[in-house]
Ligand binder design. Sequence first.
Ligand SMILES: Cc1ncc(COP(=O)(O)O)c(C=O)c1O
Ligand SMILES: [Zn+2]
Length: 417
Amino acid sequence: MPPISSLECSRCHKLVSADTPQTVCPSCAGSLYVRYDMTRVDPASRPAEGGIQSMWRYSAVLPDVEPITLGEGCTPMLRSRRYSNLYLKEEATNPTGSFKARGMSMAVSMAKHYGLKKLAAPSAGNAAGALAAYAAAGGIEAHIFMPHDVPMANYLEGVAYGAHVTLVDGLISDCARMVAEHIKEQRVEQAVGRLTPEDVWFDVSTLKEPFRVEGKKTMGYELVEQLGWEYPDAVFYPTGGGVGLIGMWKAFEEMETLGWVRPGKRPKMIAVQASGCAPVARAYEAGELASRFFENAATFAAGLRVPKPYGDYLILEIVRESGGTVLELSDETILKSLLDWSRNEGLLLSPEGAAATAAYDHLIATGFLAPSDRVVIFNTGAGLKYVDMIAKAIGLKHPAEKKLPERSPVGGIITPV
Ligand SMILES: Cc1ncc(COP(=O)(O)O)c(C=O)c1O
Ligand SMILES: [Zn+2]
């Protein structure tokens, strides 16, 4: 495993030591990338067939720490039954049913390595579930803040895994503010000796600590490995905070440095948002370098309800550099695609994943992509985590709430044969 040489600011390129826990760049508050001494990675350490069946099979390009693992990664790459060049990366099989497991496994492993005792995060839902699970596995305290109207599964996960859950009448942006304010108050208490450094929460918000990207970058290594160490033509990524997209791009760069991927053009990165919360899509359309706060954000694709992603400048930069695009789809179109994939492919996607499948249909229709293009779409989470949201969207009531017909006199009697 390579030693981390430093953390590098994605904006001003300042280098920061990784010997102690870091959040964002001390000069400009940009997100920090983990950098390794790549000359010390043996190019022959590219995973061969078999080996560890989790994201830790890429340990050659991950920090050298004891993993807190629940078996994250190594998710199936399913070929569509209808479109022969379309592959679905099924992240639903991760622990906690979403790709957030990858980032949190890495972030919690690092937190354990640094000796941190209390972690905090705002979340649109699935990151909270993942943090709660990995914190439980690592014996670390988790404090999660999420909108009160998150999918029920995410609330239940927080409670069941024993995290401290705060439900907020607002969005993830309000949750983020509350976490930051609380930590600021704790620091004041620490300064006057009323709290020990161990009592102060460490913020593992999206892109405000460097290691969730490191976990999510394994999606990039994995998809390339599953395609025989070749790039696809395009990758569709349902984008809230954008961690996976940013992580995959970093993975491609590292793989090229190491000579792990066959030379070729990197995939077009397609960032997919919901029309009810499309800050990056609007910024992309307007040719801007960063997004504006998206007012009154609302969509049943709960993970996409991020009104102002912290790493918006990175998402926009990557999409443009890759020759990709950013799309927004209405909830109605997303739901239609969700049902289409359920009925024709046997896959109950998350609404976020269905936003990506809907985006694929759109880009084929417009000719931006051809059916012959090899494409990978991320289903970032299990549809089953959204039972309440999907049921509401299709107007399905719980059977117990339905009035059943009167029982016939013989109904329900089991008679001897
Ligand atoms: C299922 C699902 N898909 C996509 C996203 C967006 O992920 P990111 O923040 O990495 O863009 C989330 C975030 O909560 C999610 O839960
Ligand atoms: Zn900086």
